[in-house]
Design a protein around this ligand. Structure first.
Ligand code: GKE
Length: 346
């Protein structure tokens, strides 16, 4: 039986990956700081542990796994990554995790290692025109990512490639372009734009107003998680190590994304553009290389993924409202109860 270690299994993409690997017949160990928040994972073994701690890495990486998927990172959406206040933690935590894993995977003779880099490593100067961003793989240098998150991703790509050159570690590197879907972070400050728009639309009344950061004319492309994993699995089986973009080429403005979500929800909305962390002005995947090397590229329309994600987030919003209501009524019962007790004691 093929064995896999998924680092970051308690996260959004890691959780989906565990399910896919189990369906494919792998024996899977997952490791993360926490259990998955939204789903029961079918792992064969799940370790709660902090991968910045080398003793945890040594413990979970105790055999020459056939495949190791390195998805563990201190990450989030624009609100978490581009405000500046998390820069040190993002660089330190993700950097140490990658340093630990590259070394230990080499020592243990891991057969193949996948590293999830990000489109955030591309230079800011190529992403100033929202209608014409350049994100071809060979446009990475001179390096000038617009965030510390992007710099750490670029450093770690280079780290894994150096372990490949010097120690023969078989690495595969992909640059993800804003992956979204069900069972992902949708509130709390780390959510990315697709989840944030779905939540805001789910919470607003028909005809109401939602807030969108920036002028809303900044552009992105978004990739549904299933197609992301299709790309990852194909890359793992290919005779090509990357780095390669795994993203959609269907670019849309952020106001356009909000309107698309509203359409899916069957609501009319007004958009109020407000100041907020913005990131680059425009970003889109360039899929020429993935087509050439893997003979495949993501092709599903954005709307399809948004439909699935909106319905799931709408359910989460309803559940949350129901919980708040229940807590309130429990609180009332308890306080009424204690009140009458006090009264009767007088
Ligand atoms: N998260 C969020 N929440 N973004 C919003 C919101 C909101 O309520 N309103 C507008 N936006 C805008 C942001 O200002 C940004 O310009 C755009 O949506 C996309 O934000 P995002 O989805 O949070 O993150 P980015 O695409 O800028 O960056 C992400 O890139 C990925 C790779 O392409 C990063 O957050 C990484 O998680 C990831 O590697």
């Amino acid at each position: 039986m093929r064995t896999a270690l998924v680092c970051g299994a308690g996260g959004f993409i890691g959780g989906h990956l565990v399910k896919r690997l189990k369906k494919e017949g792998f024996w899977v160990r997952g490791v993360d700081l926490k259990q998955h928040e939204y789903t029961q994972l079918p792992t064969d073994d799940f370790v709660i542990g902090d991968l910045t701690d080398i003793s945890v890495v040594n413990k979970v990486l105790d055999q020459p796994f056939d495949e190791l998927y390195q998805l563990a990172a201190d990450m989030g959406g624009a609100g978490y990554l581009f405000g500046g206040e998390n820069d040190a933690n993002v660089m330190h935590n993700s950097g140490v995790i990658n340093l630990n894993i590259a070394k230990r995977a080499t020592e243990m003779g891991v057969k193949k290692l996948f590293y999830s880099s990000s489109a955030c490593m591309y230079p800011a100067y190529n992403q100033e025109d929202p209608d014409n961003p350049k994100c071809a793989e060979n446009s990475a240098y001179p390096a000038a990512p617009d965030s510390e998150y992007g710099w750490e991703k670029l450093f770690s790509e280079r780290l894994y490639c150096a372990f490949h050159r010097n120690y023969g570690l078989n690495v595969k590197v992909a640059r993800f372009h804003n992956v979204f879907g069900i069972e992902g972070t949708w509130n709390g400050g780390k959510e990315k734009a697709p989840a944030a728009m779905c939540r805001k639309v789910a919470e607003v009344e028909d005809g109401g107003t939602i807030e969108v950061w920036g002028d809303g004319l900044q552009t992105r492309s978004f990739l549904y998680v299933d197609e992301c994993l299709e790309g990852v699995r194909r890359l793992m089986d290919a005779d090509f190590m990357g780095p390669v973009n795994i993203g959609s080429e269907e670019m849309i403005s952020i106001n356009g994304l909000a309107q698309l979500v509203a359409e899916v929800a069957g609501k009319k909305i007004h958009i109020k553009n407000i100041p907020g962390p913005m990131g680059v002005r425009g970003r889109n995947s360039d899929n020429a290389l993935i087509k050439e090397k893997l003979g495949w590229a993501p092709s599903k329309p954005l709307r399809e993924g948004i439909e699935k994600t909106y319905y799931w987030i709408n359910e989460q919003v309803k559940l949350q409202k129901a919980e708040v209501k229940l807590n309130k009524s429990l609180y009332n019962e308890v306080s009424i109860g204690s009140c009458s007790l006090q009264d009767s004691c007088r």
